[in-house]
Design a protein around this ligand. Sequence first.
Ligand SMILES: Cc1ncc(COP(=O)(O)O)c(C=O)c1O
Ligand SMILES: N[C@@H](CCCC[NH3+])C(=O)O
Length: 462
Amino acid sequence: MSRVHPAGPRHADVLPEDHPLPPAEDLNELDPLIWPRSARRDGAMTVAGVDVRDLAQEFGTPLYVYDEDDVRTRAREYAAAFADGDVHYAGKAFLCTAVARWLNEEGLGLDVCSGGELAVALAAGFPTERITLHGNNKSVAELDRALEVGVGRIVLDSFEEIARLGYLAQERGVRPKVMVRVTTGVEAHTHEFIATAHDDQKFGFSRSSGAALEAVRRVLALKQLELVGLHSHIGSQIFDADGFEVAAHRLAELLVAIRDEHGLELPELDLGGGYGIAYLPGDEPIDPKALADSLHEIVGRECRSYGLAMPRLTVEPGRSIIGPGGITLYEVGTVKDVEGLRTYVSVDGGMSDNLRTALYGAEYTCVLASRESGADATLGRLVGKHCESGDIVVRDVWLPEDLAAGDLVAVAATGAYCRSMASNYNHVPKPAVVAVRDGGARVIVRRESDEDLLRLDAEVEA
Ligand SMILES: Cc1ncc(COP(=O)(O)O)c(C=O)c1O
Ligand SMILES: N[C@@H](CCCC[NH3+])C(=O)O
């Protein structure tokens, strides 16, 4: 028999049977790099002083729980690190009006990539001049709404869009600030589906084919658009600076080409998001201050070498602000020991509230949260309640042998791209979202009900 090691090396590394199980006490530990900053354990787990058993009792499970101070602190750390630039939180990671308000209060801008995200920002009273609109296929209605409310910047992604926006701006008699999104050809070290700057994908204007410079020409030809800079986003969950360095170098070359051709030095550079967080023990999250120092150094060096003034830098972190402060609480429903292999622990949610494991083979860790256990470890797999074998939340994890129905399990670092990519597969309503702070909890997004799901069914019996 062989065992699959749950904490790396990555992706199903098979270990011999005599591989030592971790000591029982390790199963109760909460690695501070992975769990929300206020997560503690005193028998049961608490977050911001709130006992997870009380959360489950009051709000039900599955439940997304956000440590508000964790999110605010990370936002503040980014704002301080990029004090001479701009930090635009990427709302796609998770957005609701409460989160938009927190980030506004912490002085951040907001990146939205749809009319829906823009609507949430507006509902939260987010200052429109600090909103950037993204997207590779924005509709005419989305572009026009952005002009109507006066968003701060629109990032242009296609030739059709340049023409559309020019026309719409003229119709409205406005002159929006725009950026040109550049595909720098960087191969980011991350999952294929979340790398966004290699040539063979859908985003932006290719640098290598000359499309980026042609886009700049067309924008400048339209007096109705104010070109303020270039944008690049190389991908998501990236840990090393190499990709950003290559992207900065290629962007600087473009800035020079634009200066030489048009006599214009663009004042802004948006380097996107993508900064990695810890999901498993041993992952080393990117520190905002170190990131800021390194990006300033890289861009500064490139600009100096070409005799360009240092542009104002913007970054668009999503995951690294909202991810680590969020956990998901589930209740265990069944425990099946598959002799000689592993224990399947089924919980009351799954791929409808966290698609990342099924979609990207993403790795998570989880703990028994409603109590401490002194039982020996067993190799577990946390699975959901959906009709798919791939409905896995945590692929490989050591769990206490006495884990049983009724226990609560908490999955770490689910704050980003879980609620925002949730679905109603199998007509399962989306869980509620709760914020915890100073010993108190409040619902920030209500749980869906069967009635919510039926409301849109046009032929339901009255
Ligand atoms: C244009 C853009 N900016 C920012 C982000 C945020 O990325 P992350 O959440 O990895 O920081 C994304 C998503 O990858 C994006 O597409
Ligand atoms: N949704 C992805 C990241 C892509 C973000 C958008 N460009 C994730 O869960 O990791």
